[in-house]
Ligand binder design. Structure first.
Ligand SMILES: [Zn+2]
Length: 476
């Protein structure tokens, strides 16, 4: 097999232990790495493109393990710019967290993804909500239908605990993973024991925090009383797009939907947060193989939505004016909460950040995800880098953060044979960095080149992609 591309004289970073192999040549043919070995003085085989990468560090491409990439508001349904923005920031793969029967069909037909895009790693059908899983029976029927439609997993969101347990039992029976949010009133240990594959956003809300409270029993009763709304089932699947638009409005900032009793519960669980109570639930997650995807950047943009810093992010130049308007509206609405409520939200964010660090230290498996694509103030691609910073600020070591977006993502997907490290046989989805990412997570931002499916993008190429996206926003 002849190489098409050779990355020359690079330092390869092991995502397993953080060790470095200096002066390596990495040869790529098509979309695969074919060899990794000591830099050859004989140069590059004829016909292959050589990239002189001396002084840089090579890691697998980053994976955003919680993203909603087909739903960016204001994009007119065309996700190409979103995908370009991700690639330009080294995001070569993503786990799509919401789908539909139509998207699953398009994927099967090969018409879902544009040619230049990160790798779509996994995708569910429509998320479970009161519309398609309002009762236990409806939840079971929806799980069956989505499995038949070709979903890779079932994503639970806003459902009652009865619907949740029923969906979980059916998913287990069919052998399809189920994961997502832990609804109010759920027994977290039971959901973990019954096989929820990953918990998203550390809850969200108060469910997981309630397990880490000195007032667990009292909070649990209150949460059970706040369980999700009961709505009639959505009988016609052609209404799914309408529903998606309704959900998109909620998704911009779910905290804006909070009622006073919800905020009171959040105040109680954060005030009674007990570091020592984290141990038992963390051990449970470890024993059950339950993963966590903390999406701390989502917690921060949600719970601190009115922080002025968001509106001065340089990355806003990539977003459509209509999107910025939606985000500003959400921030203005959030700012109207009384000061005491806003303080509670801030404390929720700080507690989630602390919890992520404690869970990691206890050995709970975790993934890096941004929740971008609909969430206020989250620019696709950039938001994953902000998540790296959030995880670092929470106290996770740089190597762990690198792993959460590379090796752990591969392991979670059962795909370590084709991704997760820089080795022969793996996908040629790679990022070159100007500095060692094991020394500082901040070095993950210093991108000196991206390879996606064997295609090399120089820093100049990446800048051109970014500039063209920014330019298209100012004329739209
Ligand atoms: Zn999400």
């Amino acid at each position: 097999m002849d190489a098409d591309l050779v990355i020359r004289d690079v330092t390869v970073v092991s995502t397993r232990d953080g060790s470095l192999q200096a002066h390596q040549d990495v040869a790529i043919s098509g979309d695969r790495i074919i060899s990794v070995g000591p830099a050859s003085p004989d140069g590059v085989p004829s016909g292959a493109r050589a990239v002189d990468a001396g002084g840089t560090y090579l890691v697998p491409g980053f994976n955003d393990m919680h993203a909603h990439m087909f739903s960016r508001p204001g994009s007119g349904g065309d996700p190409s710019e979103t995908f370009d923005l991700m690639l330009a920031h080294g995001v070569t793969g993503f786990r799509q967290m919401s789908g539909s029967a139509r998207m699953l069909r398009q994927r099967a037909d090969g018409t879902l993804m544009p040619e230049r895009a990160p790798r779509l790693l996994a995708m569910p059908g429509s998320v479970l909500t009161p519309f398609n899983a309002g009762t236990a029976q409806a939840a079971v029927a929806t799980v069956r239908r989505q499995r038949d439609d070709g979903a890779d997993f079932i994503k639970a969101a806003l459902v009652t605990s009865e619907a949740f347990y029923a969906a979980q039992a059916e998913a287990r029976r069919l052998g399809i993973p189920i994961l997502g949010h832990l609804p109010n009133g759920i027994d977290v240990a039971r959901a973990s024991g019954e096989g929820i594959r990953s918990v998203e956003h550390l809850g969200p809300g108060a469910t997981l925090l309630a397990c880490c409270s000195t007032e667990q029993d009292a909070v649990r009763d209150k949460l059970a009383a706040r369980s999700g709304p009961k709505l009639p089932p959505l009988k016609f699947s052609f209404l799914e797009p309408v529903l998606d638009r309704v959900l998109a409005k909620v998704v911009v900032n779910p905290a804006n939907m909070s009622r006073q009793p919800d905020i009171d519960i959040l105040a109680q669980v954060t005030a009674s947060f007990d570091q020592d109570a984290v141990g038992p639930i963390a051990q449970r997650f470890v024993a059950d193989g339950t993963w966590q995807v903390p999406t701390l950047i989502r917690s921060r943009t949600t719970q601190r939505c009115d922080d002025p810093e968001w509106d001065s992010q340089p990355g806003l130049r990539y977003m459509a004016p209509s999107t910025l308007q939606t985000w500003r509206k959400a921030a203005a609405k959030f700012a109207k909460f009384p000061a005491s409520s806003r303080q509670t939200f801030r404390t929720v964010y700080a507690t989630m950040s602390h919890l992520a660090c404690l869970l990691d230290a206890a050995g709970v498996r975790m993934l890096a995800g941004s929740d971008s694509g609909g969430a206020a103030w989250e620019v696709p691609g950039i938001a994953l880098h902000q998540e790296f910073d959030e995880l670092a600020k929470a106290g996770l070591p740089p190597l762990r953060i690198l792993q959460m977006t590379t090796w752990d993502a591969a392991d979670f997907l059962g795909a370590t044979d084709v991704m997760g490290t820089v080795d022969a046989g793996k996908h040629a989805d790679l990022v070159l960095l100007d500095a060692n990412p094991v020394e500082s997570a901040g070095h993950l931002h210093q991108i000196a080149g991206v390879v996606r499916a064997g295609h090399y993008y120089s820093p100049a190429d990446l800048d051109a992609i970014k500039d063209s996206i920014a330019a298209s926003q100012s004329v739209s």
